[in-house]
Design a binder for this molecule. Structure first.
Ligand code: TMP
Ligand code: ASP
Length: 250
C-alpha cells in the first residue's frame, strides 16, 4: 500500500522523500536497497524497508515519550512514515558504547572494549569525501554549526544513547554503537531525523556469545555473514513487543 503522496523531493541510498499535502510534512519511503562501503556493495533485501520503517517508528515514539524531539509524526503504511520537514545538518553523529567497526580499524582499541563514557564521533556526511571523521577544530572552521549547537548536538545524542541503551538492554540487546542525523525543524528546534534501525546501529544479541552469531545488524551484510533480514526480523520482533507496553526508561 502506498500513501497518497506528492512529487519525489529526494532519493537517498535507503529512502525516498515525497511531498505531502500537509504543511511542513513529508512522506518517507523505506527501500529494500542496502549498501555498504559507500555503495561499493549493494543488494536488494526483501522486507528490509518494512522492518526498518517499523523499528524506526517504534524507537522514535520511545524517544518522543522520553522528551527527545524527533521528526517522526506517524506511520503511513508498512514501509512509509510521515515526518516533519527538517533541514538536516550534514553530519553523521556516532555514539560508541563498545568498540567495533571503523574505531577498531583506525585505532589499536580492540573490538569489544567497553567505552565508558560513550565515545562521541562526528563525521562530515559527504559521499565524495568518504564521510571523513572531523576534529572539533575542523568542524569549527567548516562553520557547519556553532560551538553552542555542537554542544547541543552532543547532549541530545548522549540522551538518545541513554534512552536507547536502557530500552534495548531489557530486550537482551547490546547497543554497541549507532549513527544519528539531526536537523532543524521549521520552528528552529534541533530534532533527531533520518532513521534508527539495524542499518544505522550495531546490535548484539546478549543471549549469544559467538562473536559472529550475536550480530543482528547491517554488519551481517557488510561481513557477508548471511541471515541479514532474519536478524532484522529478530530486532523487529523484540522491539515491537516492547513498544506496545507502558515503560519508563531513564
Ligand atoms: P563505523 O564503525 O563504520 O564508523 O560505524 C559506526 C556506526 O554508524 C554503526 O552503528 C553503523 C553506522 N553507520 C551508518 O549508519 N552509516 C554509515 O555510512 C556508516 C559508515 C556507519
Ligand atoms: N552508508 C554506507 C554506504 O554508503 C553504508 C554503511 O556502511 O552503513 O553504503
Amino acid at each position: 500500500m502506498t500513501p497518497d503522496h506528492g512529487p519525489l523531493l529526494y532519493e537517498g541510498k535507503a529512502k525516498r522523500v515525497f511531498s505531502s499535502d500537509q504543511a511542513n510534512m513529508v512522506f518517507v519511503e523505506f527501500k529494500n536497497d542496502t549498501t555498504a562501503f559507500n555503495s561499493l556493495k549493494r543488494a536488494e533485501l526483501e522486507n528490509k524497508g518494512r522492518l526498518n520503517c517499523q523499528i524506526s517508528a517504534c524507537l522514535f515514539e520511545l524517544l518522543e515519550k522520553e522528551g527527545v524531539p524527533t521528526h517522526y509524526q506517524a506511520l503511513a503504511a508498512e514501509n512509509w512514515m510521515m515526518v516533519e520537514l527538517v533541514e538536516v545538518i550534514p553530519l553523521e553523529v556516532v555514539l560508541r558504547n563498545v568498540a567495533a567497526g571503523s574505531l577498531c580499524k583506525q585505532t589499536p582499541i580492540a573490538e569489544g572494549t567497553v567505552l565508558s563514557p560513550a565515545l562521541f564521533d562526528l563525521y562530515f556526511k559527504d559521499d565524495n569525501l568518504g564521510d571523513p571523521l572531523l576534529t572539533e577544530d575542523r568542524l569549527e572552521r567548516m562553520g557547519l554549526v556553532t560551538v553552542e549547537q555542537r554542544r547541543h548536538i552532543e547532549k541530545l545524542a548522549r540522551r538518545v544513547n541513554t534512552v536507547l541503551t536502557s530500552f534495548l538492554e531489557r530486550l537482551d540487546l547490546t547497543l554497541v554503537d549507532f549513527k544519528l542525523e539531526l536537523g532543524f525543524n521549521q520552528a528552529g528546534a534541533l530534532v533527531v531525523a533520518d532513521e534508527i534501525s539495524p542499518d544505522t546501529c550495531r546490535l548484539w544479541d546478549m543471549r549469544i556469545t559467538d562473536p559472529q552469531d550475536r550480530i543482528l545488524d547491517k554488519d551481517r551484510f557488510r561481513k557477508d555473514l548471511g541471515g541479514v533480514v532474519e536478524a532484522y526480523g529478530e530486532i523487529h520482533k523484540r522491539v515491537q513487543e516492547a513498544c506496545s507496553k507502558p515503560r519508563n526508561y531513564n
